[in-house]
Design a protein around this ligand. Structure first.
Ligand code: HEM
Length: 147
């Protein structure tokens, strides 16, 4: 219950600017794992990374990711209702060439974004609460990936 309060409380402000926070998250992701950029076949042919992140196609995916996180936050009491959706989403990422280890790097990038935007509000318990939720989401995606 404490976890849910921490997540909801922090998402209340972050969720208002999903795309800009998502861009911070994905900038970090591409910094940690630049090869992931190649999996987006948007043929925007962009470099440096920062240009990619401002292209409509990338912003579109960033938005999609943030909406999945938003859905998870809204369904903290019944995350299992997202199971089928997340299984399919994992499968989709298997077909586009994302491997499951990269999901963990997205998790790191998510925490990085939280730290940047929450400042002192980024506490140990808050970090753990987000990590717990993200782990559940990624576990379902990974099951779908392997199916
Ligand atoms: C679709 C890449 C992580 C949510 C896609 C597509 C690519 C992609 C290439 C297909 C093109 C598109 O729809 O834009 C990646 C990479 C990731 C990643 C490289 C980093 C590991 C995630 C995560 C989530 C997510 C963590 C959500 C938690 C989505 C959604 C779609 C999508 C909702 C659309 C699926 C559909 O069309 O049915 N992703 N993705 N992605 N991704 Fe990701």
């Amino acid at each position: 219950e404490k976890d849910k309060e921490l997540i909801r409380g922090s998402w209340e402000s972050l969720g208002k600017n999903k795309v800009s926070h998502g861009v911070v998250m994905f900038s970090r992701l591409f910094e940690l794992e630049p090869a992931l950029l190649n999996l987006f076949h948007y043929n925007t042919n962009c470099s440096p990374t920062q240009d990619c992140l401002s292209s409509p196609e990338f912003l579109d995916h960033v938005t999609k990711v943030m909406l999945v996180i938003d859905a998870a936050v809204s369904h903290l009491d019944d995350l299992h209702t997202l199971e089928d959706f997340l299984l399919n989403l994992g499968k989709k990422h298997q077909t586009v060439g994302v491997n499951t280890q990269s999901f963990a790097v997205v998790g790191e990038s998510l925490l990085y974004m939280l730290q940047c935007s929450l400042g002192h509000g980024y506490t140990g318990p808050l970090r753990q609460a987000w990590l717990n939720m993200y782990t559940i989401v990624v576990a379902a995606m990974s099951r779908g990936w392997a199916k």
